[in-house]
Design a protein around this ligand. Structure first.
Ligand code: XMP
Length: 521
């Protein structure tokens, strides 16, 4: 029998669909998100243990709502319907869906029927809080199905096909962290489908290896742009392990916008990981290109464009003899980016044009190899550890492609960079010293183009303001500011103003994302 491949989640447009995949993977079940209209033959080919129909903002009665034949899906695998997914199931399988008298939104409490709770051997308490967001409600369960739970508003909360044991459906969202025991519910569904939690580091490595070997031919060489960050380092190490260092050519550009001594220390780490890496010192080129540019988007564009130019120069010079053999460019695309482009229900507005190797493949006529495109960030970290990268290297805070360039508000000069690098070093070292570094998703300093009056020694100063930013986050999509002890902030503020010439005032950014973004530009 063909091996089952985990769970396929069909996206009907919910804001939280990605969380379903996240939770299942955390539980050890491989899962992928596809658009609600993923072709049937592709679903059969995937051979899922189970299919999940996500929530969505629409009503099943609206003709324009995303729809698909649920019976055909049931021939492939058991189904879990969540919210809109439940309504779709009910509507097509002989039940009834009607507009609710009022929307049920937010937290509410449910109370599983005592007998049902016992019969189903549910491994969580009968009474708990859940999160809902819906307008329509199932007023009659489908033929064969039984309504097994009512919400506090006396509406169907959970239905299951008691005759054929082919589907179950929930009105609430188990994937949202506010829903207590939601993860246990997903685990319950997974084992009800007979799935095995095999998605562990070893399996992640094998899947990434298989993807590389399927893409890159036996004589092809690969070019790899290193940023100093985790994703590109893991990709390069993985490719080197599979294809050998002589076929994987890495380029690490010093754009002058890295942290203090980072170029040197990261180059040293790359060498110990056995990477075949060319370090290019392009600091002056970048500073010249960025001269007098203050607009955030223009800065990002200038950095991205020059990066491509420098990269091309390296290919035409140091790697000239291999040009005929290099057919691929490696890219550290992650699963959240893939999901964004998968959604058939509209994309999102561009808030910032992220800098990565985006423009390169077309310009250089290279094909792409993206070995981590099916992985979330923490899975990439696990893969890195499996490949032998040190924990310290892997657990570093994320660092944006345009680097310190987007942490100096206004134009960028060498002198401002020096000030920022020194302050940043003090802040990060203090976090490490106090054991706070790993409690924080990302921390950094931002140099403001605002000068204020200060007094140092006996003299008057008129110097810049520096902002500290530290946030907690799971994936960078939303974030909250970190609640430091006042004593810690006092210490860092003193150290920076005492040791860094050019800064006489420190402020701490207490804004979450949204409404702010993590970076200031
Ligand atoms: P924002 O500022 O959009 O950042 O809330 C979310 C996460 O993305 C990082 N970031 C970037 N990463 N290239 C990158 O590789 C970029 O151009 C870029 N801009 C922001 C940011 O540091 C945070 O982790």
């Amino acid at each position: 029998m063909k091996e089952k491949n985990g769970f396929l989640i069909l996206d009907f447009g919910s804001q939280v669909t990605m969380l379903i995949a996240r939770r299942l993977r955390d539980l050890g079940y491989y899962s992928e998100i596809k658009a609600y209209n993923e072709p049937l033959d592709k679903i059969k080919e995937f051979n899922p243990d189970g299919i999940i129909l996500s929530g969505g903002p629409n009503s099943v009665y609206d003709e324009k709502s995303p729809n698909r034949d649920v019976k055909k899906l049931l021939e492939i695998a058991p189904i879990l319907g969540i919210c809109y997914g439940m309504q779709l199931l009910a509507n097509q399988l002989g039940g009834k869906v009607e507009p609710g008298e009022s929307r049920e939104y937010g937290l509410t409490e449910i109370n599983w029927d005592a007998e049902l709770h016992k019969n189903l051997k549910l491994p969580w308490p009968a009474k708990h809080k859940i999160w809902m967001s819906h307008g329509d409600v199932v007023t009659k369960p489908p033929t064969n199905a039984k309504e097994l739970l009512r919400t506090s508003s006396h509406l169907a909360g959970f239905i299951a096909d008691e005759v054929h044991h082919k589907y179950m459906a929930l009105q609430y969202h188990p994937e949202v962290s506010h829903s207590e025991h939601g993860i246990e519910f997903l685990k319950y569904f997974a084992s009800w489908c007979g799935a095995k939690p095999t998605w562990k580091s070893q399996h992640i490595l094998h899947a990434a290896e298989a993807m590389v070997l399927k893409t890159v031919g036996p004589t092809d060489h690969v070019l790899c742009a290193l940023s100093g960050g985790v994703d590109s380092s893991v990709v390069a190490t993985l490719l080197t392990k599979i294809l050998g260092a002589e076929r994987v050519h890495c380029v690490f550009v010093n754009n002058g916008l890295l942290r203090l001594n980072e170029f040197e220390s990261v180059m040293a780490a790359y060498k110990t990981y056995g990477l075949n890496v060319i370090g290019v010192d392009a600091e002056d080129q970048f500073l010249t290109a960025l001269k007098d540019i203050s607009d955030p988007e223009k800065k990002r564009k200038a950095i991205g464009e020059l990066f491509i130019t420098v990269f091309e120069q390296t290919l035409n010079k140091e790697l000239k003899h291999l040009k005929d053999k290099i057919h691929f460019l490696a890219q550290g695309t992650l699963y959240p980016d893939v999901i964004e482009s998968v959604s058939s229900l509209g994309g999102s507005v561009t808030i910032k044009s992220h800098h990565n190797v985006g423009g390169l493949p077309a310009k250089m006529k290279l094909k792409l190899v993206e070995p981590v495109r099916n992985l979330f960030k923490d899975e990439v970290r696990r893969l890195g550890e499996e490949l032998g990268l040190t924990h310290e290297f892997i657990s570093r805070h994320p660092f944006p492609g345009p680097g310190l360039g987007i942490r100096i508000m206004g134009d960028i000069t060498k002198q401002k960079l020096e000030v920022l690098k020194k302050a940043d070093q003090i802040f990060i070292q203090a976090l490490r010293d106090e054991g706070l570094y790993h409690k924080i998703w990302q921390a950094f300093c931002v140099l403001l183009p605002v000068q204020t009056v200060g007094v140092q020694g006996d003299g008057r100063t008129y110097e810049n303001v520096l902002a500290l930013r530290a946030v907690t986050s799971v994936d960078g999509m939303t974030a909250d500011w970190f609640d430091f002890d006042a004593a810690f902030l006092r210490k860092v503020s003193n150290q920076i103003t005492n040791q860094v010439r050019g800064v006489n005032r420190i402020v701490y950014d207490v804004t979450s994302k949204p409404p702010a973004t993590i970076e200031w530009e």
